[in-house]
Design a protein around this ligand. Sequence first.
Ligand code: NAD
Length: 481
Amino acid sequence: MLPTLPFDPSHVLIGGTWRGASDTQPLINPSNGETLCHIARSSQVDVDTAVTAAQDALDGAWGRMTALERGRCLTQLGQLVLDHTDILTTLETLDVGKPVTQARADTIALARYCEFYGGAADKVHGETIPYLDDYTVYTLREPHGVTGHIVPWNYPMQIIGRSVGAALAMGNACVLKPAEDACLTALMFAYLAKEAGFPDGALNVVPGLGSEAGAALARHPGVHHLSFTGSVQTGRTIQTLAAENVTPVTLELGGKSPQIVFDDADLDDALPFLVNAGLQNAGQTCSAASRILIQRGVYDLVAQRMADAYRAKTLGPASNDPDIGPLISVKQKARLESLLQTAQDLPCIAATPMPGDLPPEGAYVQPRLYGPVPPDHPLAQDELFGPVQVLIPFDTEEDAVRIANGTIYGLVAGVWTRDGARQMRLAKALKCGQVFLNNYGAGGGVELPFGGTGQSGHGREKGFEALYGFSTLKTVAAKHG
Ligand code: NAD
């Protein structure tokens, strides 16, 4: 059951006021198929009102705040997130079907984003540029203005933290469109932002359908920057809609990320990363390590140890805190099952046991490990977004690089080898936004710039780099006397 909330979850937050939206829709708990509550189904009108409120905030109290004051608001918000860890964790567990431990980690990460960007807000500055003798030239970092944030359902808190956190630090006013499948933590975050002292309209939240509220935000002429995380297909649509107004867009579109295991790797170190980076959040992670490339000499050993790990994992309702919960929805379950039709010719070498008492309306999918899989097989090419990994054997370093770079994506890669020179060669050769050497993910690291190449998207979020993305540079050239 949903805990008591300090706001009506069917409302939107616009200009500091909770109000009814044009319509509502049910929000489903994917662990059992029950309706948790009704949420807003915002329309074009709601989005228009939110964009106007954001612009009003920029023209008013929010726009007048100093960087120091913005930073203090964010730091205070981080503390409030920590103070409300239990409720935020419960909401994410119910709404996303995310096991309690993983939902709690996301809550802590959200607080950390607020702390990081709170501390960074007054540390971004321009430069002076040597020019002609009778000139002084300097640059100013300024907010874009109104920023739109279209967020998916897989990591709502982390993605809000990294995009809204950085945008607020730079003084933008945000309109946040959370996913229709999971928006409760976005609403709770906005409630806490108001408590933390953000002026009315600095952060507005309009839940709704992608094709309605999302599209209205993407094509809105009053939005000056868009941040989107989600599927390639929707990313293309958003970039096309934004192009009408030449609105800059940051796109983070997932991937088919490899971990590469060489014969000389420390397998004890590697194993938990190989498996968990594929199964975390039931595989619904943009940076999921869904392809494991294994050098021939250790292939059988790694395959056997990963298979054992799959059999030892637990699966069940998210509130029971298993290793793996349900997918976000029965729609995503049907999508994954249809993609797995192409796997009938492949050896499935292990599966996690399915308990007999799973709620029948839950969106559960059996985690499966396939191998060996040809690198060009659809299962080794398409983003599945579920608890499925493929094992791909390789012979030489050149083969590994060619296979790793051989998809349309390029988000993250992991390399396991004790050979330092090889580590450096691969770090250069792999086409992606992050490379992890003898680890994978570095524990999330809010400080680490993140984003893709190829059809994984463009632009960087997280770390200091995001502050440049959420601001624009003005050059001032002053001629003396
Ligand atoms: P999606 O990309 O359609 O949805 C993500 C967000 O975009 C949601 O807030 C949604 O409401 C919004 N949206 C959808 N259509 C829109 C439109 N026309 N204009 C503006 N906004 C729109 O993702 P999905 O349909 O929920 O999931 C489908 C697949 O997307 C998944 O199976 C997975 O492969 C991928 N996905 C990737 C990520 C990631 O982190 N990279 C996250 C979620 C989904």
